[in-house]
Ligand binder design. Structure first.
Ligand SMILES: *Cc1c(COP(=O)(O)O)cnc(C)c1O
Length: 408
């Protein structure tokens, strides 16, 4: 490919110490001969070789270059380079979904006989991978209480090969002390993998606290507009190399179109997250102490049990608020059916405010006891606070709470 006006990749990070927003907007693949301003979509499954020698050298890993879009593509490269720069990562790969990222990060690393120690509050499908899928290949797991250091140190065994956490957790908004766990992981020589989906690199950078890998569901705040599935693994070069080998041969590749969308989305991540966080804090503050609620949970509310930790490791509280309705599941059903503006949907991190009832949907595969352990009580609803005017969102939730009394 001829790239006359920009022989090398334009990575803003290589310039004079640019800020997050600048990196997000200005990291681009080199221009083509057409001199386009916005990056085009490389909707191609493969690439042509310059010569027989070039083809041989590419497959022998002697030169770098595009071969086949299951391995890499300019659009997926751009998305990953940008995300790496934002997370402060050495290297990364893009995947078709967040779960492809989680599974690839685990499976590329683990063998029969290995043990994973994870925080007990995990995304529903991650819980299924650890407890039902990986055990089929002889990998064992145990869960630690995120808030109790003793529960981590006492459960590390000689077979423990990975620590895996989600912080803040979905949907309970439990935090893990990344500085403490990152230090423990480094001391013990056991890599820490962090699902950074709720915070995004704009609010929290786990690699700086000692994590070895960050996994993302780009479907959520990174896309931010409810259009696209996607995921990524970024971090330590050697671990990413293992993940790349695994993904190259097992095929959870991100499509170039989705990568193109996600790379564009990252350009607006900072401004969107600022508003998501401001709206979420306003909403949480409004509903705290509401007579129809047992509790309100949000990392940047002083009433959150880990408020000090949230302030230490996050730039802001994120876009997710948890409300626990009085009257349990019946009241929740009435509430969901009374919503007029907010969407009732399983997704999160969208411009549109989304309300989800984990007990009956995303976490319904857990046993009652498993849900109790991570604080998912029947009355809990997760609000992914969107970018509408927050006054309109609050008004809709208020009227739905009101009407839920009659409907339940
Ligand atoms: C949604 C989500 C995932 C899974 O991502 P998909 O893109 O839906 O596969 C993983 N972790 C967390 C915390 C999530 O919210």
């Amino acid at each position: 490919m001829t790239r006359p006006d920009s022989p090398t990749r334009t990575t803003a990070a290589e310039a004079t110490d640019p800020h997050f927003e600048t990196i997000a907007v200005r990291t681009q693949v080199p221009r083509t001969a057409e001199r386009e301003h916005s990056v085009p979509l490389f909707l191609t499954s493969s690439f042509v070789f310059d010569s027989a020698e070039h083809a041989r050298a590419l497959f022998a890993d002697e030169v770098e270059g595009n071969v086949y879009s299951r391995y890499a593509n300019p659009n997926t490269d751009e998305f990953v380079h940008k995300l790496c720069a934002l997370e402060g990562a050495e290297d990364g790969i893009a995947t078709a979904s967040g779960m492809a990222a989680v599974f690839t990060a685990l499976a590329s690393r683990l063998s029969a006989g290995d043990h994973v120690l994870a925080s007990r509050a995990l995304f529903g499908s991650t819980h299924q991978i650890l407890t039902r899928i990986l055990p089929k290949w002889g990998v064992t797991w145990s869960y630690a209480d995120a808030t109790n250091p003793e529960s981590w140190t006492s459960q590390i065994t000689p077979a423990t090969r990975l620590l895996f956490v989600e912080t803040p957790s979905n949907p309970g908004l439990e935090l893990v002390d990344l500085k403490w766990l990152g230090t423990l992981a480094r001391e013990r020589g056991i890599p820490l993998v962090v699902d950074n989906c709720f915070a995004t690199p704009y609010l929290q950078r786990p690699l700086a606290w000692g994590a070895s890998l960050v996994v993302h569901s780009a479907t959520k705040f990174i896309d931010g507009q409810g259009r696209t599935l996607g995921g990524a693994i970024v971090g330590d070069k050697a671990m990413v190399a293992d993940a790349r080998y695994f993904a190259r041969h097992t095929g959870p590749a991100l499509s170039p179109f989705n990568a193109w969308t996600l790379s564009k989305s990252l350009e607006t991540l900072a401004v969107r997250m600022d508003r998501h966080c401001a709206n979420a804090l306003a909403l949480a503050t409004h509903f705290e102490g509401h007579p129809a609620l047992d509790s309100v949970r949000y990392p940047f509310l002083p009433s959150h049990p880990q408020y000090a930790l949230a302030k230490q490791q996050m730039q802001a509280g994120g876009g997710i608020v948890v409300l626990v309705l009085r009257g349990g599941i019946e009241r929740c059903r009435g509430f969901l059916d009374a919503l007029q503006l907010c969407s009732h949907s399983p997704n999160l991190g969208d411009t549109r405010t989304i309300v989800t009832h984990p007990t009956s949907t995303t976490h319904s595969k857990l046993t009652e006891a498993e849900r109790q352990q991570v604080g998912i009580v029947p009355g809990l609803v997760r609000i992914s606070v969107g970018l509408e005017h927050v006054g309109d969102v609050i008004a809709d939730l208020e009227q739905a709470l009101d009407r839920s009394r009659e409907l339940s």
